[in-house]
Write a protein that binds this ligand. Structure first.
Ligand code: DAH
Length: 338
């Protein structure tokens, strides 16, 4: 192999190359471990002593030259203007089409979050049917059919021979669970409920509730308070205040509504809390002896607490959403924010 010959042809050889692959092939042929330059270097010991120095220098110069030429050529490939594509060609300068990832609905996310707070405290998650009997939805829960307390739970009835309805709350699952199990019980029940309300910013004919209840010997109101405090602080933050405000529910006695200090104004009073400084988040109480009698539990032996919350309401307070209809409209601009 003649150094001078290579020196003369290498420039032409490289300038004729039109792809990175061919350029790499040439690099290996000349500069690779078994390439031309390695061969030249390897031949040095065979030369007469006095020629070795000059020859070695020439090889080095050639190596540097080839390296420089290769680098320049490689750069020229990188900066080539691919130009506008002609018909049938792909325009590789176009941005790609990003795939939109799906996600869980904000209510599903919140239901999962709330259920896992309770399962972390030993509760099990149980579900029940959306079509219910009057017995489970009303009478078993100490709501007599002809009693005015039923007005609070106006209901969709089905046109069936046996009187069936769309459950107006998740409380009937208390009856189902207690009829099929023995205490101790600690259960949360997420699910859809239905009420014939006209739709507006804060009402919907279908919404979600999470029911919770615990039954055993010696369950006290203070257990209810402790459990709900853990729940409220993990959903709304450690620095909220809570209060239990006396209320009436047919299925609990005593009953209380639970308020948290307004998360917008921190209790000072604003438009979200109606200047009260407090936001109602759920209903609760100690399970009424009549409910225990209905399911065959002895109210002298067992006590328990129960609570129920509206998931949409919790979500609206937590995220500052001002219209319940957003949850059902499938508007991606809304859904993508969660
Ligand atoms: N079922 C009630 C409702 O829909 C909510 C509720 C209040 C559930 C108090 C309970 C409770 O278990 O103890 O308005």
């Amino acid at each position: 192999m003649d150094i001078d010959a290579i020196n003369q042809t290498i420039e032409n050889e490289i300038s004729g190359i039109d792809s990175s692959d061919k350029l790499e092939e040439l690099r290996v042929r000349y500069l690779g471990r078994k390439g031309v330059l390695a061969e030249l270097t390897g031949s040095i010991p065979q030369l007469p002593k006095e020629e070795r120095g000059a020859f070695g220098q020439k090889v080095n110069l050639l190596k540097n030259k080839i390296n420089t030429l290769l680098n320049e050529k490689q750069k020229s490939f990188a900066s080539i203007d691919v130009g506008a594509p002609t018909a049938g060609q792909v325009d590789i300068t176009m941005p790609g089409i990003a795939q939109d990832l799906g996600r869980l609905h904000p209510l599903t996310q919140l239901i999962d979050e709330i259920c896992s707070i309770f399962t972390g405290m030993g509760f099990s998650v149980v579900e029940g049917p959306e079509i219910e009997s009057e017995e489970n939805n009303f009478t078993g829960l100490n709501i007599p059919l002809e009693h005015p307390s039923r007005d609070a739970f106006d209901t969709f009835y089905l046109k069936t021979k046996k009187k069936l309805l769309l459950r107006s709350h998740t409380s009937p699952v208390q009856i189902r669970a207690m009829k099929s199990r023995k205490p101790p019980l600690a259960i949360v029940v997420p699910g859809r409920v239905y009420r014939p309300d006209a739709v507006d910013a804060s009402h919907s004919f279908m919404f979600h509730q999470i029911e919770g209840f615990m039954v055993d010997k010696n369950i006290k109101f203070s257990d209810l308070k402790g459990i709900l405090e853990v729940f409220a602080k993990s959903v709304f933050g450690e620095d909220i205040k809570m209060r239990f405000r006396p209320h009436f529910f047919p299925f609990t006695e005593p009953s209380a509504e639970v308020d948290i200090s307004c998360i917008i104004c921190k209790g000072k009073g604003c438009s979200v809390c109606g200047r009260k400084g407090w936001l109602e988040i759920l209903g609760s109480g100690m399970i009424h002896p009549n409910v225990f009698k209905h399911v065959g539990y002895d109210p002298k032996i067992y006590t328990g607490f129960a609570f129920g919350m509206g998931v949409e309401r919790i979500a609206m307070l937590k995220y500052g959403i001002n219209d319940i209809r957003l949850f059902a409209e499938s508007d991606l601009r809304f859904l993508k924010q969660f």
